[in-house]
Design a protein around this ligand. Structure first.
Ligand SMILES: [Zn+2]
Length: 254
């Protein structure tokens, strides 16, 4: 990647972090959440403990993804060994330590069509993720734009210890989804934790994050009134396949 293209990616990643970190959106506070994007041989990812809202290029670290992906399947690794590997995956030794969630970013950025990843702990989504109805929220859809931005179905990962075990659990559930649906999901919901959105552009990652958050907000309100009323599977399939919706998706850079 030439230096100008890398610089443009880095700046776009910082911009995505600032969008996800906006206080008024209630998606993440303090060190919550992270963002990443693919670069040749690896990825750019937020360093451990940095705030999305105030992230600067110095708070981003470049890692070799192959080294991180090689840790998946080795859940016996101690916390100290994981930390050591995280540090060893850095391209530059003076970069800060990558977040432990860099492990799932490395895996997801290896999926076809996934160039950008965003992760947050939105208040609205976590109202549902911390409830007994998380599965229904992942499986069903309640309005058309939710299908356009978030796909026909989201992946739900049961609560798992953050770090290596979570990355492995995400891989397992995403593989099941790919097998069933023929491609990666747009939205991965983490029970009692938060949400991950993936896409081929940073706009798609932001759109899915804002839409899953709006959907959760509506869902909880509709649940209070005895609902929600779900779209039928046939309606969901129809919206996902409509050419005008495909046009809209392209116009929005999703
Ligand atoms: Zn998290």
């Amino acid at each position: 990647m030439d230096p100008d293209a890398r610089e443009a990616r880095l700046n776009a990643l910082v911009a995505l972090a600032h969008e996800l970190g906006r206080e008024d959106r209630k998606l993440a506070i303090l060190g919550e959440g992270n963002v990443s994007t693919r670069v040749p041989g690896g990825m750019l990812v937020k360093a451990s403990g940095r705030n999305l809202a105030t992230l600067s290029p110095r708070g981003i670290v470049e890692c070799r993804t192959a080294e991180l992906c090689a840790m998946l399947g080795r859940s016996g690794l101690s916390d100290a060994a994981i930390d050591e590997q995280l540090l060893a995956s850095r391209v530059r030794n003076d970069d800060p330590k990558p977040s432990v969630e860099a492990l799932f970013h490395a895996y997801l950025l290896g999926l076809p069509g996934v160039e950008w990843v965003g992760h947050a702990h939105p208040v609205a989504v976590n109202r549902v993720m911390c409830s007994p109805r998380a599965h229904e929220f992942a499986r069903r859809r309640i309005f058309p734009d939710e299908v356009v931005c978030c796909g026909e179905e989201s992946v739900l990962v049961p609560y798992t210890d953050p770090g290596l075990k979570l990355a492995e659990a995400i891989r397992l559930r995403v593989e099941e989804h790919v097998e069933r649906r023929g491609g990666p999901p747009r939205v991965i919901l983490l029970a009692s934790h938060g949400v991950i959105t993936v896409g081929s552009t940073s706009d798609a990652v932001l759109a899915a994050m804002l839409m899953v958050t709006k959907s959760a907000d509506i869902w909880v309100g509709a649940a209070a009134l005895g609902g929600p009323n779900f779209l039928s599977d046939a309606d969901v399939r129809r919206i996902a396949g409509r050419s005008d919706e495909e046009y809209r998706r392209r116009a929005l850079n999703l």
